[in-house]
Design a protein. Structure first.
Length: 613
């Protein structure tokens, strides 16, 4: 993945600056290719791949842009087409000043330095496809698309932040704005940083305009959604070296089918299978491949594939990352690259735009309880359930009591009810020394701030907006971007096309989730395009049977045991809690407890691979 890096401030001369920023660019994306550099008196910018990123320097203004942005202004769009996106960014700055973000959309990360003031602007796209991290070193503000890109800057001293470790154990990743390093931050989706006269300001340049209900009615718009989907795939500019991920779900099937419609040669699709009952969904991928006449490629992941990929995963991510489906993405990319594919189209985003996750329906059931009159809830129902003799031994009453307990937890905290760090007292999971150095309330506070930032009164749309950040930007997009990069593949996301995102915000909540029917509007719009089996299939995804294999594959057991034993000594998690996980994995639910073991294993492997204090 192409990236950018640079700084404003410091005291390096031009020759030294070129050397430093070139090393930073090489660390941003080691396999990306040609590096481009521009330097000023106390500033430098570089991109890691001049084929997929642009640089510009004129009259004390330096700009860099990566990705595939869209320009709302026709003149800027024409300038970008003729001279590159970085030139258009400089023109937007000259015309609009600090309002420059109002005219750029799509998939991008951008940096602008005006040495005359001096002034620094950093910004990322609305969906957070392109990351950007920043920190202060002396009087310089240093930034890069990856944390690895910061390391060559003189004086940068990475130090693991205990709060980040806590966030990883809570989320299986480190969500923005935090990073694994103390004093280093990531921009959130649609966020920009402006720095002038020693003062730094953060703000959001885009928020969705949700229309919770459409008084005019929204029927008859299905054809518009189908058209927007086709346009989104077309704007990804697939060619003869393009393929598509195909899991057999709604989104990958839609993208693969529309890709095949374009007729740019044989439409190749790539699917992963697992020879483990309950995990293999190749059958649905084959249905889609047959419907759209795809040139379908399949790879069955094995325990040995896990052994091969684990060190790559640990080394490739610039932060600890525990989403086990990264492994399937990596092998998809590897198989595609071996076929000469250079670009893969991904279906990520559909569930978060059009309400496809089961938790949305589940939370709707809980929210219905809150709409009952308070006297009925608190004066009759709850006292009855609480005081009924032997109620805990009567299954319907026990289930009702559990429902009431969860319904009385407000959103978004209720979404974390089954988080392992909420299912057990923290002092039974984490050591006292570790807990003394972290804010255990920070994750829920961050979730609540994002949830309430959404300009909508509908809880469903607030959950969608929250998932745009947590499930997409912080998790799935990071997963796919880095694993495709490790495979030498560029990835594009048609489901996150700006016009499609905007359209999704206009769909009323009762059509996104009709009763408890997930993705109701989307499925209705695509019912004549997608096979019926895929329209009606249950939600699955790229689950990895790690817990099952860990019970059966001796080399995997040895690797996990060695790393888990080393992890005990780090002092984050109580040894007796780890012992309990290992025991329950062997005797109880291998798949469920295997997920927790995977997360600890990946954290230890990342810490070893990156060798930081």
């Amino acid at each position: 993945m192409a990236g950018l890096c640079g700084w404003l401030g410091g005291d390096a001369d031009v020759d030294a600056a070129r050397h430093i920023v070139s090393r930073m660019a090489a660390r941003v994306a080691p396999t990306a290719g040609v590096t481009g550099v521009v330097c000023g008196q106390r500033a430098a910018l570089a991109v890691s791949d001049t084929r997929r990123a642009t640089l510009y320097q004129h009259d004390h203004v330096l700009t860099a842009v990566t990705g595939r942005p869209h320009w709302r202004d026709a003149a800027l769009a024409e300038l970008a087409a003729n001279q590159g996106h970085a030139a258009a960014l400089a023109a937007a700055w000259n015309r609009l000043g600090e309002r420059l973000w109002s005219t750029i959309d799509g998939d991008y990360a951008a940096a602008l330095i005006d040495e005359r003031q001096p002034f620094l602007a950093l910004g990322v796209d609305p969906m957070g496809i392109r990351p950007l991290a920043y920190t202060s070193v002396g009087d310089a503000v240093v930034f890069a698309s990856t944390l690895d890109g910061l390391h060559p800057y003189p004086g940068f001293a990475p130090c693991i932040d205990p709060q980040a470790i806590f966030h990883y154990l809570y989320f299986d990743m480190v969500p923005s704005p935090g990073t694994v390093y103390r004093g280093v931050s990531k921009l959130e989706p649609a966020q920009h940083l402006h720095c002038a006269a020693g003062a730094t300001q953060l703000d959001y340049h885009w928020l969705p305009t949700f229309q919770d209900r459409d008084p005019r009615g929204f029927t008859g718009h299905e054809q518009e959604l189908a058209r927007l989907l086709r346009d989104a795939v077309r704007r990804c500019e697939p060619d003869a070296h393009t393929g598509a991920f195909l899991s057999g779900g709604l989104d990958s099937s839609t993208v693969s089918g529309l890709f095949a419609e374009l007729g740019k040669g044989p439409a190749r699709s790539y699917s992963m299978g697992f020879a483990v009952p309950g995990y293999d969904e190749i059958g649905y991928a084959r249905i889609a491949a047959g419907r759209f006449r795809l040139d379908a490629r399949e790879h069955y992941v094995t325990p040995q594939d896990v052994m091969t990929a684990l060190p790559v995963i640990a080394q490739t991510y610039d932060e600890p990352f525990g989403n086990a489906s990264a492994l399937a993405v990596y092998w998809c990319g590897r198989v595609a690259a071996d076929d000469g594919i250079q670009i893969l189209l991904a279906g990520d985003g559909g569930d978060e735009l059009f309400a496809g996750n089961e938790r949305y329906a589940k939370q709707k059931v809980f929210e219905s309880y809150g709409r009952l009159p308070a006297p009925l809830r608190r004066g009759l129902i709850e006292p009855f359930v609480r005081r009924f003799p032997g109620g805990e031994r009567i299954p319907p009453l026990r289930k009702l009591a559990s429902y009431i307990r969860q319904a009385n937890i407000p959103l978004p905290e209720r979404l974390q009810t089954y988080n392992p760090l909420h299912m057990n007292p923290l002092r039974e999971v984490l050591t006292d020394d570790f807990l003394e150095n972290v804010d255990t309330a920070a994750p829920l506070r961050m979730l609540d701030e994002t949830y309430r930032r959404a300009p909508t009164g509908a809880s469903l749309n607030r959950m969608l907006y929250l998932d745009w950040k947590i499930a997409l930007a912080d998790n799935d997009l990071r997963k796919v971007n880095r694993m495709c990069e490790a495979s030498g593949i560029e990835v594009r996301y048609p489901m996150l096309d700006p016009a499609l995102v905007e359209f999704s915000t206009r769909i009323p909540v009762n059509l996104k989730l009709s009763g408890l029917r997930l993705r109701y509007y989307y499925k209705r719009a695509l019912r004549d395009f997608l096979p019926r089996e895929i329209i009606n299939k249950p939600k699955h995804g790229f689950g990895l049977p790690f817990g099952v294999w860990l019970k059966e594959h001796a080399p995997l057991q040895t690797l996990a045991r060695d790393h888990i034993e080393a992890f005990r000594r780090r002092g984050y998690v109580r040894p007796e809690y780890i012992d309990g996980l290992l025991h329950r994995h062997r005797t109880d639910h291998a798949a469920f407890y295997g997920t927790s073991i995977w997360n600890l294993l990946m954290l230890e492997m990342w810490l070893r691979a990156h060798d930081v204090s």
